[in-house]
Design a protein around this ligand. Structure first.
Ligand code: BTN
Length: 255
């Protein structure tokens, strides 16, 4: 059971996590915040020990052992411009990476757009849902699934999973990790408009595939090229021959 006091004592935010909702079991923390009109406060965090329909990117499932890991979502309400959403998205994986590095001194890499890897295995993933009004995004839900203390993983995976405990060699405090992530993410959210360059630089410094030949798979097609850059608006720049294309969606892997 999550110890809320232990979490709260290290929380150093202005708004993220100040409205904190613990629900033992629900379908998906992302769906809950997207669909529930009752929770409107900027920075609301909903955390659950068990999601019966945890969602991953591109329609996949996210399964997590109850009581072992962290599965939660944050609500951000402000009129965001589309490029800022990319920064919030990439920045979410950056906040997790920074937190794991700070607390456990592990080397963390990032895979576009937002997979968090340790030793080339996936330790966390992010799912971002949003609702728009006109050309502005009015509401963003950032969901994080982090494998914290789970010791084994069964099933077939697109990317080999791991947990912090497996990589660090001992059980870690979920409460301390959660507060560290929220602290780091709030700093990123506050800078998403005027400090995007620095956030993207920090993200790129942890990305191993930059400059490599990659493929990007989406529902519609597979694209091939060189991972040239992340541009100032957070899009992946794919170079094919003399052409450069900005990509906003898909699964990246080495070709
Ligand atoms: C991915 O890597 O595919 C993204 C996984 C995101 C999982 C989290 S767990 C909390 C939140 N609620 C969900 O249903 N999904 C996200």
């Amino acid at each position: 059971m999550l110890n809320i006091e232990e979490f709260d004592i290290k929380l150093d935010t202005d708004f993220i996590g100040r409205n904190f909702v613990f629900i033992e079991q629900l379908e998906s923390t992302n769906s809950f915040l997207m669909e529930n009109e009752f929770y409107q406060e900027n920075g609301t965090v909903v955390i659950s020990e068990y999601q019966s329909q945890g969602r991953g990117r591109r329609g996949r499932e996210w399964n997590s052992m109850p009581g072992q890991n962290l599965t939660f979502s944050m609500l951000l309400v402000r009129p965001y411009r589309p490029p800022e959403i990319n920064v919030l998205n990439l920045g979410a994986s950056l906040a997790i990476a920074q937190s794991i590095e700070n607390l456990y001194q592990l080397k963390v890499n990032l895979k576009w757009p937002n997979d968090v890897l340790i030793d080339n295995k996936k330790v966390a993933g992010i799912l971002l849902d949003s609702a728009s009004q006109g050309d502005r995004v009015s509401k963003v839900v950032v969901g994080m699934g982090i494998n914290v203390n789970q010791s084994g993983f069964e099933g077939e995976f697109l990317f080999q999973p791991t947990s912090i405990r497996r990589e660090f060699g001992q059980e870690v405090s979920r409460e301390r990790l959660l507060s560290e992530i929220l602290n780091n993410y709030e700093y990123i959210v506050k800078g998403s408009r005027y400090n995007a360059h620095k956030i993207l630089q920090d993200w790129k410094s942890r990305c191993k595939l930059l400059g490599e030949k990659i493929q990007i798979v989406s529902e519609k097609e597979t694209k091939y090229g060189i991972f040239d850059d992340i541009d100032e608006e957070g899009y992946l720049v794919l170079k094919s021959g003399e052409d450069y294309e900005r990509i906003s969606y898909g699964d990246v892997s080495l070709r």
